[in-house]
Write a protein that binds this ligand. Structure first.
Ligand code: COA
Length: 323
């Protein structure tokens, strides 16, 4: 009797270990089939088509730009040789941003998105990033929180990023203040002044991004000075269809500078469709934009893995995939 009980227990242990071993082998095989590669030019078509199933208005130029900025940060997920997902990462020293995260519908819910997300976070960490930011659909907050991302949440900022648009911005002639002047950015300006001003508000050096944006002739940039001091700047990107306004960075005590920068910029964008992204704590800026005819389109949740980095000052985000 004792012997047979012993035999039964042994059998149970062996079969359990076979079960766990085969589960392990299955898991290894599964994740060997799925692998992440750096995006190449021949993947653009797939990336654009997949991203636009979510109406993200992505173009080949967007992926080209992200690759130019950080070639190893544009990621493709493959099932064998079949492309099934994309994501992009960009590192600015200690702060990195994650975006353009999408998996083909038939592959969702099988853990492969998590594989890509973990790969991206590890990649950013290898670049020295300590805080990873992202803008999430609110229903995915719980998903990202499983990886340690937290929604920014304090008295000054409830973590929401509002997306606003306007299909025909009409602005009155600019007020013209004696306190500050607004000028178009040109090669005569010292770029390092703009970069360090931006870095003080963003929390990291975005020189590589700002420099690349300023090199594109269809992008516009205006700067404002109080005396000799830079008080704010605004940038817009114009790939031909929708114009994206941002980033805007301005001294917190000078909302009039931000309004004037935007008025000057919008005078160049009459009859154009404009989209911009502002955090919900930017109430003064929001009121100004609503008065100009901007409409709230939807909200996203701002999440960080690592120490939260909340921008100070009057700001518009640069983009959804780069922060
Ligand atoms: C988000 C996304 C990339 C995840 O890829 P995935 O391969 O499905 O990810 P995983 O299998 O690792 O994890 C799936 C988990 O995502 C979460 N999730 C995905 N879609 C969701 C939704 N509509 N509502 C709530 N949770 C959702 C769930 O937690 C889900 O777990 P479950 O299947 O156990 O319920 C994929 O759902 C996708 O492409 N969605 C459309 C694009 C998108 O929303 N991108 C994110 C922008 S912030």
């Amino acid at each position: 009797m004792v012997l047979s009980l012993y035999s039964l227990l042994t059998l149970a242990t062996v079969s359990r270990s076979i079960f766990y071993k085969s589960l392990f082998v299955y898991a290894v095989l599964y994740f060997v089939m799925f692998h992440v590669k750096v995006m190449s030019a021949r993947d653009y078509g797939f990336a654009v088509d997949l991203a636009n199933t979510m109406d993200w208005n992505m173009t080949v130029a967007d992926f080209e730009f992200n690759r130019l900025l950080e070639s190893d940060g544009c990621l493709m997920l493959f099932d064998g040789s079949i492309p099934v997902g994309i994501a992009s990462c960009v590192s600015f020293g200690e702060i990195g941003w994650f975006g353009n995260f999408i998996v083909k519908p038939e592959y969702r819910g099988r853990g492969v998105g998590s594989l890509l997300l973990e790969y991206a976070v590890n990649y950013l960490r290898s670049k020295g990033v300590q805080t990873v930011g992202l803008y999430a659909y609110p229903y995915l907050e719980k998903y990202y929180s499983k990886f340690g991302f937290k929604t920014v949440d304090n008295a000054a900022d409830n973590g929401a990023l509002i997306v606003m648009n306007n299909s025909n911005v009409q602005v009155n002639p600019c007020s013209g203040s004696s306190l500050f002047k607004v000028e178009q950015f040109s090669a005569q300006f010292d770029f390092s002044v703009l970069a360090s001003f931006d870095s003080a508000f963003f929390g990291a050096d975005r020189s590589k991004l700002l420099k690349s944006l300023l090199q594109e002739p269809s992008n516009l940039c205006y700067v404002s000075f109080v005396g000799e001091e830079l008080a704010g700047y605004v940038l817009s990107k114009d790939p031909g269809g929708l114009v994206e306004v941002g980033s805007l960075v301005c001294r917190p005590d000078m909302p009039d500078v931000a309004f004037e920068l935007l008025r000057v910029l919008f005078q160049r964008l009459v009859n154009r469709q404009v989209v911009l992204y502002l955090s919900s704590n930017q109430v003064v800026l929001e009121a100004f934009l609503l008065e100009l005819g901007f409409m709230k389109s939807f909200s996203l949740s701002r999440m960080f893995l690592g120490e939260s980095k909340i921008q100070t000052g009057i700001c518009l985000a640069e983009s959804l995939e780069r922060g």
